[in-house]
Design a binder for this molecule. Sequence first.
Ligand code: SF4
Length: 316
Amino acid sequence: MVPKLNLVQAKSILIKSGLPGADYVINPYNGCLFGCMYCYAAQIARWKHPTEEWGSYLDVKTNAPELLKKELTNLEKRLKNKNFGSIFFSSVTDPYVGMEAKYQLTRKCLEVLADFGYEGNISIQTKSPLVTKDIDVLKRLKDVTVGFTVTTLDDKVSRFLEVKAPPVSSRIEALKKLFKEGIDTYAFIGPILPYFVNSEEKINQLLDKLQQVGVKEVWFEHINLSPRIKARLFAFLKKESPELIPPFETADSEEYREKLEKIIRQAMKGRSLKMGLGKIIYHRKPRRSKLINFLGKKQIVSLPLIKNTGDRNHLL
Ligand code: SF4
């Protein structure tokens, strides 16, 4: 499928953020061509593209760098300093989605921040090694951290669920490169994949690898199975691998989360790794669960939702 590109003019670019750990967010693009099956941005972006399939379009905010320059100058005049808090790239796209190679909007925004002498923390989270092309600009920033979403160490699994995103092995290589270049890095293990990466062995393997490539901080996030995400994900699983539906369904239960949290806390013990926010992020309270008969087998499934809560709506 040929992606649909829309060149658009943004009205503002440095947006106040409600995300824990981020005061502002910059989205040089809207939409994402990586098309991950668990992506929550798919439902956020739908108001602009109600009928288009997630992963099939990208709005390119061509005026993002000029706009950012203007907004930084205005804020500096108002706040009388060069640190307005932390800035996060990005909340409804991947800042290094493939088209960044052509449009370079993330790079240009980082150049604007470097030229401005921005003093606050800038955090970039991506699934693409394309970020390493900007190491020269990253080095000009006063306080920058680059995070990679790493949900598995298996390229087959990343290809399956993070459909068009660069394979996880290339992300690991990029983390190594950034570390060698002296850039602070972190890993975002989110969502913690049911079935694929939820055992003590798999979590330890993942953490061992991340430490080997110089990661100092790891964020964990329970899978978000809000109705819209679940509808899209489960339609995909039903078609591609229906046997995965019960283990994914179970991941929304209280018992599952408790068990997983114990495994993670145990695996983190004795490591020189910091846990992002000091906790495992979740977006909804877990569901109570019960045993049912699914396809002839006893399975634990979730009961109706107790209450919807918001925590950090971290994206990638
Ligand atoms: S999870 Fe991130 S990389 Fe994947 S489709 Fe969503 S925005 Fe893109």
